[in-house]
Write a protein that binds this ligand. Sequence first.
Ligand code: DGY
Length: 439
Amino acid sequence: MKINELELVAQAKEILYGNLRGGFTVPTARLYPFQWNWDSGFVSIGFANFDLEAAFSEIHSLLKGQWTNGMIPHIIFHSETEKDYFPNWDFWETNVNPGAPNTPKTSGITQPPVLGFVLEQLWEKHPDNPQVVDFIKAVFPKIVDFHQFWYEYRDPYREGLVFIYHPWESGRDNSPLWDAPMNRIDLENANLPYYQRRDITIADASERPTKLQYDQYVYLLQLGKKHLYEGKGIAEESEFLIQDSMINALLISSNDSLIRIGKKLNLDVGKIEEWQQQSKKAYNDKLWNDSLGTYTGYDLRQQEQLPYWEIGGTSALFAGIPSAEKAQKIVDHLKELNNSGYFIMPSFDVHHEYFDSRRYWRGPVWPQMNWLIYFGLQRYGYPEMADIVKQDLLELVSRFGFHEYFEAQKHLVETTHGGYGGKSFSWTASLVLDLILAT
Ligand code: DGY
């Protein structure tokens, strides 16, 4: 398919500026009307190609929500009057924790730690720009504090692998990975507060998580609140307690970036190097599954791996974690999908009965994952496969627009749907633009 890259870049810029709300972008108007953590990291990378001030202020705005324990929350509610989202700031009640900022209001959980490698991306794009160095010096310690948060509050056995206790923290909200741990939650005796979803009044319900899943999300939110969003009781009580393949890969990748940046700027990186040494080894030892041929999450409650081929494991390539031999196994899987009628990369195992190519993280293609996989494949010496990952995303966006996520089965997009979820989506715009301008 012939793709007009200049036209895509022009549209992407328009979307990013259209989603700006005074210093930060919303992921998309209406469905997500505040600032999201890892979305903003990816948006900053795109902006860095043409508007450095916007790239900086995206991160500065996000860091306004950082807690004194180092956590950077998954949502920053810059407006307290915007009502079109659930769960809104008043439902989170983060004032249970004295370290949560009063302004801006935030959520009480976090999201994938992308900011370390975001900083390095910004610097690589502008190696001689003193403004970038000043920016990095200002935010570097805050990102180290964020990593400290992970290791201090989310690694109770000091293994070098951190846990999440809410699927929203994984960024892959309703992945089938989480079904078994989530279904252990005893909702009958949970006494859930009344709540009303907004997402399904804005997006198509068949493309969003189910009611059961929302009940489970609310249950875990309440559990976090009960333990002030940081207490030991979370690890003791939560049925959902996962050492996730992607969270840990991105933490490792961001650690590496912080180490390289810190060394160049003569900043102390001793602590980060210690974390890193332990984390890389533990990741390979505990999360690799040879019969699946990929990395997978570990369920701390059941003391076993989550037995599925799922997209999170591919982010290990981006982080440089696997040996050449393990990387080859992951790439073999991508090649097989490419040869059998799928856009790369479906977010869940296409051969599994839980695969659903329309419903959020149970099958669709996600732009930020393609961006991560693209760089992972380049890193391991697979430029042709990397190019397929890039071209598939550009094709989907050219044909269907800058959606939040996309149909993975080629034969379906011929006849019915292509793009799903929110439209004019910020990270889609940002990363399509980056893949065109920076690679
Ligand atoms: C949502 O609202 O669906 C988000 O993914 C949660 O952060």
